[in-house]
Design a protein around this ligand. Structure first.
Ligand SMILES: [Cu+2]
Length: 148
């Protein structure tokens, strides 16, 4: 009987780990100067990203619709401490609307493997100018992290 109980407990724990519901975290991104820090944030599915430094200097954090996973919500955050919980795996590129021209663009990678929407991001018509600089950084970082 004792063995069975242990086995059942073990299976229950494995199930939770596999479903990814354990230890969802809140990851902070600072809007500071004319940058997001970190520029590329890596999180797990179900984690929450919180921006601090909004709306200092009118900073905001607005997802670029062609540069987020298919079916993911387009976020548009303006308040200090604004949060978004990201359940869809993939890469998300977002901008600070007033400072896009100054290169204030950031990215979030959700999941522990190469995002499946990297090609979609790279071929997007929005992949130009200041956005392209951050997309390049995103590509470099995901390749360093996930390429074998
Ligand atoms: Cu800004």
């Amino acid at each position: 009987m004792q063995i069975n109980k242990t086995l059942i407990a073990g299976l229950a724990v494995s199930g939770l780990v596999l479903s990814g519901n354990v230890a969802a975290e809140t990851v902070e991104v600072k809007a500071s100067g004319m940058k997001f820090d970190p520029v590329v944030a890596f999180v797990k599915a179900g984690d929450t990203v919180m921006w601090t430094g909004l709306p200092t200097a009118s900073h905001d954090a607005v997802a670029i619709p062609s540069m987020i996973p298919e079916g993911a919500d387009v976020f548009n955050k303006k308040e200090e401490g604004a949060t978004v919980t990201l359940n869809k795996e993939g890469a998300y590129v977002y901008k600070c609307s007033p400072h896009l021209g100054l290169g204030m663009v950031g990215a979030i990678v959700v999941g522990d493997k190469m995002p499946t929407n990297m090609e979609q991001i790279q071929t997007s018509p929005e992949n130009k100018g200041p956005v392209a600089r951050i997309v390049k950084e995103l590509v470099k970082e995901v390749e360093a992290k996930f390429a074998k």
